[in-house]
Structure formats: structure tokens, C-alpha cells
Design a protein around this ligand. Structure first.
Ligand SMILES: Cc1cc2nc3c(=O)[nH]c(=O)nc-3n(C[C@H](O)[C@H](O)[C@H](O)COP(=O)(O)OP(=O)(O)OC[C@H]3O[C@@H](n4cnc5c(N)ncnc54)[C@H](O)[C@@H]3O)c2cc1C
Length: 317
């Protein structure tokens, strides 16, 4: 692998494809590309979104696998087709002729014909003691990922806007022993309050002071007025933002909820306003935020990139 400042993607690039982000989406794209005889570099700075969780659920044949084991297996499969890995953050990407020059932490540069941006999203936590510590293990965002394991237990859910009212119904499906916490927000109308209380759902309006528990489970929730409510798990979908600054640096269009807008055509998916630069997985507005969706999206984006490379090589042959 040739590297060094001042290189240009106009000469022969270092790689066919630089995949930025080695989570489920990036690994899946890299697998598809490796099996299509492309030389691929995956740069990943090892901050997976589901890193705090002990187990990952809902991926057929791998239900309950740990996030680390999932990535280890993905690395192994991608490496078996020649995929290379670097444990490093990509700090800058620039269009350079028909290809790209990307800068890594430490100022090394890499050139590639194409880029797959699979950098994921990060969740923004409320400033409540214990929330971050218990995130993924007692405090959850996704009833599909971690709901079954806490079914029929005493649960809590934060309802602080219209969207979370519907979300609370998903949690009620898991357990009828449910407390709705509004954290001091006046968001529940009279009709919603009655609908909840008629079903035996308690409503707690007092602001939350802290989440208490051990590293792998919630025990109780402390309120500002000094009371403590015993709960086994708490659900709350935090707002999200792009994990990396690359979308902003590249001037890519980002939706109101923080996802990169991508396009599709009869030739594939994951297209952006920059020719040759594709987005896959959670970072994209075309993929649902889950491992199976990220893998599926990465797979199709990988195939789309390979088709473009094949068409270009065919034209030049
Ligand atoms: C606590 C928690 C538990 C979850 N549990 C489940 C579950 O059980 N089942 C399920 O289906 N989904 C689950 N999810 C959702 C799941 O984690 C995501 O949908 C999935 O990881 C998305 O994959 P991705 O490859 O798009 O992004 P990620 O997995 O987030 O991977 C992105 C990678 O890109 C890297 N990266 C970012 N910027 C750069 C950069 N500039 N340079 C180099 N590398 C970079 C990051 O370090 C990261 O490794 C969970 C999410 C959370 C928050």
C-alpha cells in the first residue's frame, strides 16, 4: 500500500474503494466488494453505536451475539477476500479528479476511486445522572433490540413529545407494569392521560434526577422530589446526529433528524450529490436503524459501487 502526503487519485489510486466505518454496513459493503475482486481498505476508529450493549438481537442466525463477536466475524470474512483494515479515523475527504484523497488521523493520505461512507450515527444523551452508564444495559432505545429480554418486568418509558406517545404503546406491549415518565414536560393531553390511566399505566410528572443500578441493569429511578421508583428497564429514543463530521465537511445534505439524504436509480442505491461517494447504514436516510437493515443496505451499496467500477473499466478497456 502506497501512502504519503501530496499523492493524487489521478494517478493509480491506492484502493478501488475506501470504506469509512467498519460497522455492519461498512463490513457488508466491503464483503460484497471483496467478492467482486475489488481492493478495499476499511478505516474504522472502533466506536460502534451498539458498543455499550452486551448482546445484539434480531439478526437472523446471529440473535444474541455480542457486538464485538459480530464485528470479529465480519472482519474475518472481509479479510478472507483481501479486504484490509486500519484502526484509524478519517478526518477529511476530498474529490480529486475522478477519485478521492482522504486524510487519516496523523496526516497520512489514502487515494481511492470510490468512497463508501458508513460512519453511523451517535445518540445524544439527556443530562441525567446514570443515563449514559446504563445505556444499552437497562436503559434502552429500541424495544425490538432489547424488549423481549425485559418482557413482563416493571418498565418505564419517557414520554416527552408526540412521537414518544406512540412509542409508549410499544413498551406497553412488552409489559403492562408500566410507568410513563414525563420528566416535568407538559406533553400529555387529557385524552392521552385518560387512555394511559384507564389501562393501569401510571403517569409520573416529576423531573427525573437519576437512574440507579449496576453496570448491567437498572434498579430504580430517582425523582427531584426525593422519591425513588423501582423499575427493571427504561426506554427512551434519544435524538441522533451524524457520528462523523465528514458529511458536513463534504457539504452533503442532512435531513432534519440528522441523516444523510441519499438517492437511488435503476442502477443502485446510496448515491449522494458527489459522484463516486456513497452512503450506507445508519448514517443514511434510506436505511432503518438496525443491524439487519445496515447489513442489507451495505450489501446493495457495495453492489452499486461495483457496478459503477465495472462500467468505467469496461468503457476504458
Ligand atoms: C445501545 C444500542 C444497542 C443496539 N442494539 C441493537 C440490536 O440488538 N439489534 C439491532 O439490530 N440493532 C441494534 N442497535 C442499532 C445498531 O447498532 C445500528 O443500527 C448499527 O450498528 C448500524 O450499523 P452501521 O454500520 O451503520 O453503524 P455503526 O455500527 O455505528 O458503525 C459505524 C462505524 O464507523 C466508525 N466511524 C465513524 N466515523 C468514522 C471516521 N471518521 N473514520 C473512521 N471510522 C469512523 C465508528 O467508529 C463505527 O465503528 C443498537 C443501537 C444502540 C445504540
Amino acid at each position: 500500500m502506497a501512502t504519503g502526503i501530496g499523492k493524487s487519485a489521478r494517478s493509480s489510486p491506492d484502493y478501488d474503494v475506501l470504506v469509512i466505518g467498519g460497522g455492519p454496513a461498512g463490513l457488508s459493503a466491503a464483503l460484497q466488494l471483496g467478492r467482486s475482486l475489488r481492493n478495499v481498505l476499511i478505516c474504522d476508529n472502533d466506536e460502534p453505536r451498539n458498543g455499550p450493549a452486551a448482546e445484539a438481537h434480531g439478526y437472523l442466525t446471529r440473535d444474541g451475539i455480542s457486538p464485538e463477536e459480530f464485528r470479529r466475524l465480519g472482519h474475518e470474512e472481509v479479510a478472507s477476500y483481501g479486504g484490509e483494515f486500519r484502526d484509524v479515523r478519517v478526518t477529511n475527504v476530498e474529490k480529486d479528479g475522478s477519485g478521492f484523497t482522504s486524510m487519516l488521523d496523523g496526516d497520512e493520505t489514502i487515494t481511492s476511486r470510490k468512497i463508501v461512507l458508513a460512519t453511523g450515527i451517535s445518540d445524544e444523551f439527556p443530562e441525567i445522572d446514570g443515563f449514559e452508564e446504563l445505556w444499552g444495559n437497562g436503559v434502552h432505545h429500541c424495544p425490538y433490540c432489547h424488549g423481549y429480554e425485559v418482557r413482563d418486568q416493571p418498565l418505564g418509558v419517557l414520554v416527552n413529545n408526540q412521537h414518544t406517545i406512540e412509542y409508549a404503546k410499544l413498551i406497553y406491549n412488552l409489559s403492562e407494569d408500566l410507568v410513563v415518565f414525563t420528566d416535568g414536560q407538559e406533553t400529555l393531553g387529557e385524552a392521552t392521560r385518560s387512555a394511559f390511566t384507564e389501562r393501569g399505566i401510571e403517569i409520573e410528572n416529576e423531573p427525573i434526577r437519576a437512574f440507579n443500578g449496576s453496570s448491567d441493569s437498572l434498579e430504580s429511578i430517582s425523582l427531584e422530589d426525593g422519591r425513588e421508583i423501582a423499575r427493571h428497564a427504561f426506554f427512551y429514543p434519544p435524538p441522533m446526529k451524524q457520528h462523523s463530521k465528514l458529511a458536513e465537511q463534504l457539504g452533503l445534505k442532512v435531513t432534519e433528524i440528522g441523516l444523510i439524504e441519499v438517492g437511488q436509480s435503476e442502477h443502485g442505491v446510496g448515491f449522494t450529490s458527489i459522484d463516486g461517494l456513497f452512503v450506507a447504514g445508519d448514517a443514511s436516510n434510506a436505511s432503518a436503524p438496525s443491524i439487519p437493515s445496515a447489513v442489507a443496505d451495505g450489501n446493495v451499496v457495495g453492489a452499486t459501487v461495483n457496478l459503477e467500477l465495472s462500467q468505467e473499466a469496461f468503457e476504458n478497456s
